[in-house]
Design a protein around this ligand. Structure first.
Ligand SMILES: NC(=O)N[C@@H](CC(=O)O)C(=O)O
Ligand SMILES: [Zn+2]
Ligand SMILES: [Zn+2]
Length: 448
């Protein structure tokens, strides 16, 4: 459905960035048409009858809820093509919309992988047909994510999907010469390489964070150095290639220090952190529940604290979910056999709000920076992460900061249920999502 066929929306009594008194926001033809008391007048003037849906004006009273720019996820696994039993572009888009997302970047570790234009353009088209959020396919850096032969990034970048982010996520571009060439090529193309930082020879057989807990539980450890040695290497390679590099799912105190150092050197490096690395730590391993298995692994409490501080200070640029759906049988098994990864799209906002806004460390405007504005900038999106202002594209998330809800995996829109937050209660909830001027969710219900 394109913008012109969407009904005009009047969002009553919303508070942009949670600031000031409630105002009305009029959305028409995909854009913000008016903000303030006169928005209602605009609506009346715009169409004779004020009715629900149809060609009239759809009125939605949000009773003082917080209005934010729609969220942008740089790191989502939609699993289509290949593992449509765990997620599809449609179910993943529905989960994104329920989470307040209006754009997601779909990682390349699909089957077949998104390592050529045929697959990236196909994912892009399906995402557009689903029409619940912008689906930007991420292109692989190397053929088959094998880390040896560079893909035709230029073809994927010039295809219909206009791929602008490339990553072998799930795998690391571990060979320094291949990474150097990829960075040099990306600099010429003006695209971004996002690295899953994992030195594979340091993580052979590893299933959990290498620390006292894994040692006591007899789980083979993933040392921090496996991530940090790649972060340090890639910062230097990016510097010398005159390229940008983005670090996926930063997880350790050391990575935060390396990012601080690299940014101080003027190196073009950005980084994301996931909600699970902000909230959880390896004490969760006590249960041996496979839902807590993830790459990179949950670290220690002081790592999570360092990641929260880094997000507040800007050393870490943004939140990304690393939404990683897995089938029940791939998680309900002994820990070392469980597939790594956890759901994230529908629980990111409440977690970041609980950890950083409710604590007073961040304002809602700061939250908009790390969940919308900054990821959109990093990916070079011109119509996402925009200010809430007249004329801007209507990609919006409406958040009720005090509407407690409890996470139930089976009730999530994702096709999978591998959430590590089962049974947890959060105060903040997305109560409405507007994507290119169209309401995609209202009170948690995904609208067609
Ligand atoms: N994070 C994970 O543990 N798994 C991700 C891949 C990845 O992000 O490394 C997946 O695709 O399942
Ligand atoms: Zn990864
Ligand atoms: Zn991932």
């Amino acid at each position: 459905m394109s913008a012109h066929s969407a009904p005009t929306l009047l969002l009553r009594r919303v508070r942009p960035y949670g600031e000031g008194d409630p105002v009305d926001v009029l959305v028409r033809d995909g854009r913000i048409a008016a903000i303030g008391d006169d928005a209602g007048a605009h609506a009346e003037a715009g169409s004779a009858d004020v009715t629900d849906g149809g060609e009239g004006v759809e009125i939605l009273d949000f009773d003082g809820a917080v209005l934010l720019p729609g969220f942008v996820d740089l790191h989502t696994h939609l699993r289509e093509p290949g593992r449509e039993d765990t997620e599809t572009i449609a179910t993943g888009s529905a989960a994104a919309a329920r989470g307040g997302y209006t754009a997601v970047f779909a990682m390349a570790n699909t089957q077949p992988p998104q390592d050529n234009q045929t697959v990236t353009d196909s994912v892009f088209r399906i995402g557009r047909e689903v029409g619940l959020c912008d689906v930007h396919p991420v292109g692989a850096v190397t053929v088959g994510l094998a880390g040896e032969q560079l893909t035709e990034m230029g073809q994927m970048a010039s295809g219909e999907a206009r791929v602008r982010v490339f990553s072998d996520d799930g795998m690391c571009v571990y060979d320094p010469l291949v990474m150097r060439r990829a960075l040099e090529y990306s600099a010429g193309l003006g695209v971004l390489i996002a690295q899953h930082a994992e030195e594979p020879r340091l993580t052979r057989g590893a299933v959990a964070h290498e620390g006292p807990t894994a040692a006591r539980l007899g789980l083979t450890g993933w040392p921090r150095s496996a991530e940090e040695s790649i972060v340090a290497r890639d910062a230097i390679l990016a510097r010398d290639a005159g390229a940008r590099v983005h670090i996926c799912h930063a997880s350790t105190t050391g990575t935060v220090e390396l990012l601080r150092w690299a940014k101080a050197q003027g190196i073009s490096i950005t980084a994301e952190v996931t909600p699970h690395h902000l909230l959880l730590d390896d004490s969760r391993l006590e249960s041996y529940d496979g839902v807590y298995r993830v790459n990179p692994p949950l670290r220690e409490a002081h790592d999570a604290a360092a990641l929260r501080e880094a997000l507040v200070s800007g050393v870490i640029d943004c939140v990304a979910t690393d939404h990683a759906p897995h089938a029940a049988q791939e998680k309900c098994c002994e820990f070392a056999a469980a597939r790594p990864g956890m759901l994230g799209l529908e629980t990111a906002l409440p977690i970041v709000a609980a950890l950083l806004v409710e604590s007073g460390d961040m304002t809602w405007r700061d939250l908009a920076r790390v969940m919308s504005t900054r990821p959109a900038e990093i990916a070079g999106l011109s119509d996402q992460g925009r200010p809430i202002a007249v004329g801007e594209p209507a990609n919006l998330a409406v958040v009720d900061p005090d509407s407690p809800w409890t996470v139930v995996g089976e009730e999530l829109s994702s096709l999978s249920a591998n959430t590590p937050y089962e049974g947890m209660t959060f105060a903040a909830r997305v109560v409405g999502t507007v994507y290119r001027g169209r309401l995609t969710t209202r009170d948690g219900e995904v609208l067609a």
